[in-house]
Ligand binder design. Structure first.
Ligand code: MG
Length: 258
């Protein structure tokens, strides 16, 4: 009897914790806004895990010789020279150092580090490339790398590219895939089998009805990149499911005060 009471109290506690975090936080490019870290670094991924963010976002490209690498911008600067990532071989890209001294990571290295994480999911953003062939190659390589490591239940995918989200959904039908570009209704995305919208907060402020529409279609709503306290409060009030932010601790504090 006593055991049952304890179990009941435990379940109640668990349910209350879960309701607090029914809106989740995603650390944009990892948790990097601290001394010694850098955007899209392996360090930022591990720090997002250490603060128990729901997710840690990362941007990826394909080098000219077919190596999936981690970087946000379409170009990198090496010895004062600007290089277009998709036109540059990996050996050259590898010489680029992040702000914290880490070499620019490969997706393989990033996934190996991620395999050690205990809490966070990895939200992989496919940057749009010049050709569909290159995008297909990147999507296939990365989905295979994720599967080889048995990480498929811990990875979600996002992209501004409609071709990318459709292609990834084909390759990894079980993985959540969200569209970033802000121009399609939840209904249209639902007919394509995409799992939800991940739009800039200004899009949702203009079209708050898209949150309700998404939920009626059983889709999720993510929003980027929400850093100011007043905007974080507004997207919480809109009842989005995920908040992508450079300020994960601030966002959590505001969420906890609801
Ligand atoms: Mg991104």
């Amino acid at each position: 009897m006593k055991k049952n009471v304890l179990l009941f109290v435990g379940l109640l506690l668990l349910a209350s914790t879960m309701s607090v975090y029914s809106q989740e936080i995603i650390a944009h490019r990892g948790y990097w806004k601290i001394e010694g870290s850098a955007q899209n670094s392996i360090d930022a991924l591990m720090k997002a895990d250490s603060i128990r963010a729901y997710g840690s976002e990362v941007d990826i490209w394909l080098s000219s010789d077919g190596v999936p690498i981690v970087n946000h911008d379409a170009d990198v600067t090496l010895d004062g020279e600007k290089l277009i990532v998709q036109d540059t071989p990996f050996a050259t890209l590898r010489k680029v150092k992040l702000a914290n001294g880490e070499p620019l990571p490969t997706v393989e290295e990033y996934l190996d580090a991620f395999a050690q994480c205990t809490h966070t999911k990895l939200i992989i953003e496919f940057k749009t490339h010049r050709s569909k062939e290159r995008e297909n190659m990147l999507a296939e390589k990365v989905v295979n790398m994720v599967n080889e490591r048995g990480l498929q239940n811990r990875v979600e995918y996002i992209s501004f590219g409609l071709h990318f989200v459709q292609q990834v959904k084909k390759l990894a039908p079980e993985a959540p895939v969200y569209y970033l570009n802000g121009d399609l209704t939840p209904r249209v995305l639902s007919t394509m089998g995409i799992d939800g919208i991940d739009y800039h907060f200004n899009v949702l402020f203009k079209r708050p009805e898209w949150v309700k529409e998404s939920h009626e279609l059983n889709q999720k709503v993510n929003v980027w990149t929400v850093n100011r306290p007043e905007d974080i409060q507004k997207v919480i009030d809109l009842k989005v499911d995920f908040i992508t932010t450079d300020e994960p601790l601030l966002a959590r504090e505001i969420l906890d005060n609801q």
